[in-house]
Design a protein around this ligand. Structure first.
Ligand SMILES: [Zn+2]
Length: 182
């Protein structure tokens, strides 16, 4: 079950859990490189190419997450609407989930109505109490990710995963070293 680095000219990365710039205020994992399962990487490249055709870029905020990192998130917010219970396992730990947003051609993130990881009902898909332009921006992201084969999460506009993610086993910690391919 190989992971690979997310490296593509139409995809930028800003891993929020590799630094304290996230809802916990703490560093959750220490790898500064974003990794995905090779199947998920292929689907992300399809989405990036669709975005590029609209003059947009993907900005990845989180991808593969080691199991120890999932425990740290759960301890910070033990609410299964927003954080997967680590005893069950996160789709991020399987390497088949990505948290992301869109940027314009200059690299400026688009307004999505809430911040990444804002754990409120305003982060739900279909939330009506956010600005119309932000609703349109979310719809663009939803459309191109869906076209590329991803499944959305109803409570988090930034989260997408491959269909049937339990087909992929959770990866053991250190997988980013053991299974890394280029
Ligand atoms: Zn996610």
């Amino acid at each position: 079950m190989p992971l690979r680095e997310i490296s593509h000219p139409a995809i930028a990365t800003d891993l929020r859990y590799a630094k304290p710039d996230n809802f916990t205020g703490r560093t959750i994992y220490d790898h500064a490189v974003a990794y995905l399962h090779v199947d998920a990487f292929a689907a992300l490249v399809r989405a990036a190419e669709l975005a590029q055709a609209q003059g947009l870029r993907l900005l990845v905020l989180d991808a593969y997450r080691p199991a120890a990192a999932q425990w740290r998130l759960w301890e910070a917010l033990p609410d299964p609407r927003f954080v997967a219970d680590p005893r069950i396992g996160s789709m991020h730990t399987r390497g088949v989930a990505v948290d992301l947003t869109l940027c314009d051609a200059s690299g400026q993130p688009l307004d999505m109505g809430t911040a990444f990881d804002e754990m409120t009902e305003q982060s739900f898909h279909g939330a009506a109490d956010i600005a119309p332009q932000a609703q349109r921006n979310r719809s663009v992201l939803l459309g191109l990710m869906t076209l590329a084969g991803w499944t959305h999460h109803p409570f988090e506009w930034w989260h997408y995963n491959l269909p049937d993610p339990t087909r992929y086993p959770p990866l053991s910690d250190g997988a980013e070293g053991a299974f890394l391919m280029d």
